[in-house]
Design a protein around this ligand. Sequence first.
Ligand code: UDP
Length: 140
Amino acid sequence: MALERTFSIIKPDATRRNLTGKINARFEEAGLRIVAQRRIWMTQAQAETFYGVHKERPFFNSLVAFMTSGPVVVQVLEGEGAIARNREIMGATNPANAAAGTIRKDFAESVEANSVHGSDSPENAAIEIAYFFAGHELVG
Ligand code: UDP
């Protein structure tokens, strides 16, 4: 399997409950290395662009409001098969459907406030990483 990089966000529900360290420990225990990380408060424009693919969905406005409701931690994770590996340890979008031991099962509050984002493909990982980080900020 190839060494990959994926984009991750620790969402406002998790930063509010001081779960950044616990979630980062899940990544590291799964063999993912945090090669870039920054705590930011997303602007409305950033959140709308980031989730632009969902703009026709009924949950879009609420999702943008949630993502700008508090600080987030944007990060780049590196490891063997990092994109799929991260999706696996995150668990299903709706925590009610997430497998035992996954981040969302253990920490998410709802289908919206589900604690973490992780890229779903190599193409999206590249786009999402470049949206928040310059190349020199990734230190593997
Ligand atoms: N979301 C929501 N309601 C839904 C589906 C998704 O609020 O019915 C939110 C949720 O925060 C999710 C994000 O929109 O993480 C993006 O949805 P996607 O289907 O891409 O899920 P993900 O890739 O994050 O598992």
